[in-house]
Each structure stands twice: as structure tokens, then as C-alpha cells.
Write a protein that binds this ligand. Structure first.
Ligand SMILES: Nc1ncnc2c1ncn2[C@@H]1O[C@H](COP(=O)(O)OP(=O)(O)OP(=O)(O)O)[C@@H](O)[C@H]1O
Ligand SMILES: [Mg+2]
Length: 116
């Protein structure tokens, strides 16, 4: 099993939900987050103030999607997301992939990928 952590533009949430639904993923968790990548949230290094401190980092609203899937689904999901979420502009987002040891469906006690 792998956990995919997918950071996207808020306006791409419906697209990603559709992709994951079509791929029959077991479930997903969505959060509203703030973040920046290599441009530090801006193309011009404007000076911003965060908690009273001057900073050149600007945090932009993003959506974080977490999902745990079977290993064999990972590459298909990455392909779908790259095809349908890309705009070609900076800030399109990222997919982080990490190993997931185990899972438990609380209702039944099923374990591993049977619990997804
Ligand atoms: N190395 C990272 N660690 C944690 N979160 C990251 C990282 N890189 C990007 N993110 C998250 O992903 C969001 C989108 O990143 P973004 O697409 O701007 O990455 P980038 O590396 O700057 O690529 P691009 O040049 O295409 O903009 C960020 O706002 C942040 O929430
Ligand atoms: Mg960027």
C-alpha cells in the first residue's frame, strides 16, 4: 500500500475527485491548506507580513488530498492526475508518495489492503 499526498489548486478539486471516483479508490481525505513551492508563492519577491514578521514567502491556498491505495494503482492515478490537472503554469501542485504499513477497518477488523 502507498499513501498519495496530492497538493492541487483549489479549482482542481472536482477534477481530482472525479479521477479518484473513476479509479474506485476506497476513500480520500481532503483538507484546505496554505503552501508555497519553489517560487515561494509569488513570481515577484513581494514583501509580505506573516505574524508580524517581514518575509518574502507568500502562502497560497491549496487543497491537500490524502489517499491510501494498492501499490498497483499508484501509476494509473499519477497518469490521470498529470493529464487532467496540469495547466502548465507554475503552482500546478505535487504528488508525494509514501509507504503505508497497514490499515484497519474499525467496523470489521479487516487489515491491510482489504481495509481500504
Ligand atoms: N517540497 C515541498 N514540500 C512540501 N510541500 C510542497 C513542496 N513543494 C510544493 N509543495 C506544496 O505544493 C504546492 C504547489 O507547489 P508548486 O506546484 O508551486 O511546486 P513547485 O516546485 O514550485 O513547481 P512549479 O515550478 O510548477 O510551480 C505548494 O503550495 C505546497 O503546498
Ligand atoms: Mg511553484
Amino acid at each position: 500500500m502507498k499513501e498519495l499526498v496530492i497538493i492541487i489548486r483549489p479549482e482542481k478539486l472536482e477534477t481530482v475527485k472525479e479521477i479518484l471516483n473513476n479509479r474506485q479508490c476506497g476513500g480520500m481525505t481532503i483538507s484546505s491548506v496554505m503552501g508555497c513551492g519553489t517560487q515561494r508563492g509569488t513570481t515577484e519577491q513581494t514583501v509580505n507580513v506573516i505574524k508580524g514578521f517581514k518575509t518574502t514567502i507568500n502562502l497560497l491556498p491549496k487543497i491537500r488530498v490524502e489517499m491510501v491505495v494498492k501499490d498497483e494503482m499508484v501509476e494509473d492515478i499519477i497518469t490521470d492526475i498529470r493529464e487532467k490537472v496540469v495547466t502548465g503554469n507554475v503552482g500546478d501542485g505535487k504528488i508525494f508518495i509514501r509507504p503505508m504499513d497497514d490499515s484497519v477497518r474499525i467496523r470489521t477488523g479487516e487489515r491491510g489492503d482489504k481495509a481500504l
